[in-house]
Ligand binder design. Sequence first.
Ligand code: SAM
Ligand code: SF4
Ligand code: F3S
Length: 431
Amino acid sequence: MHFFIETFGCQMNKNDSLMMEASLLSSGFAPAENQNDADIVIFNTCSVRDSAERRAKGRLKEAMAQVRERKGIVVAAGCMAQRIPEFLINGKYCSIAIGTYQSPSIGKIIENFLNGDKRRVFDSFDENDYAGRISGTTESWHKWITITHGCENFCTYCIVPYVRGKLISASSGEILSSIKSAVDNGAIEITLLGQNVNQYGQDNGEIPFYRLLDESAKIKGIERINFLTSHPKDFDTNIIEVIKNNQNISRSVHLPLQSGSDNILKQMNRIYSFSDYMKIIDKIKELPDFSITTDLIVGFPGETNEDFEETIKAVRLVQYDEAFMYAYSPRESTPAASFKNHLDKKIKSERLKLLIETQREISALKLKARIGRTESVIIEGISRKNENEVYGKSFLAHPVITSGNSSDTGKLLNVKIDSVKGSALIGSRSL
Ligand code: SAM
Ligand code: SF4
Ligand code: F3S
């Protein structure tokens, strides 16, 4: 039988999908080219905002109608399957719901289901179900490694701690040996993942994150190592020293600010002030070359015009290369959902529009500043718009487009930047 996985949400989900793929392959299932050819259609879902859940529900219903004719099954996996499994089963959105801890065992679960097992909801939070699950199949040149699973920070707006459970750090031995074997198999780029990588080891007495980063970077054969996401409350400035000392660590730091207002940061339970945040930014800016990206939420309950202005000011001050900007979406059972003073949808979208416009100008200037430089770019694939062009990411994680073909995928190229088009740098290959 053939399976097809569609992934919503963050990089953690992307890596979970690769773990699902490995599990399905080892149970003897084969990948389908697309959803239309699959007997087992799997959606790895996200619950972070209402819009993400609505999109996934629409796709699930559509797939249920589609597979009925060919007697296939639809699986809801991931965060929404963890959050509302019974709702999804009872509402006929899927045949089985497999939550975040059990998704990596999906092969066995589906085998049992097809052999007549009546169980349809898999949502236990048993730590043993997740032990040792840090990576899945590898894009030959790139490997994702989940170094921490779960999150216990309980930012008041966020659903993640409820759907991903407590912080579980993998052992450093396992992470390092997984990196070594990926490199032996041809990987040149590694991405270390966690909701807050800076908390690595806090639960099990492992080495701190900056040491794990240092030891990972020292493994021979790695051209580039990335890490995300960092949390300002736990960001250890030793990380900057480690970056300085290892030429293969990406100079792109993703450091979510969420809001520029100390009042709102407090309501969000972020545990840092804007000036604490700026101390880290100033340290990052000591690097000879760097890029900084962030996440921002507008329209949090009680956000005044002045609070919002603080966010705009912060964006102007930091000069982010890129920002992921969202209107606050109330999530059931999170503290902020029951806060007073929820803002009108209209105010939230007006503020979001203004913020996006402000950041867009800064991003454009940041990209323009790269013209004339030669960037080292890892090629990720052929451009969708032109088959004679390839796309990839620079060392500062800027998207780059240059001439090439499929044989360039996974290669490190030097590209001289000639111009900017939209949010990408356009360049010519140089030796
Ligand atoms: N762990 C990371 C951190 O602490 O910043 C990111 C977690 S979350 C998966 C990704 C981003 O979604 C957050 O940084 C936040 O900006 C946004 N987000 C989370 N909950 C949200 C909500 N209820 N409404 C709008 N945006 C939200
Ligand atoms: Fe959500 Fe906060 Fe955890 Fe990030 S650190 S996943 S925003 S609770
Ligand atoms: Fe990620 Fe969405 Fe889950 S952002 S952790 S897939 S709720």
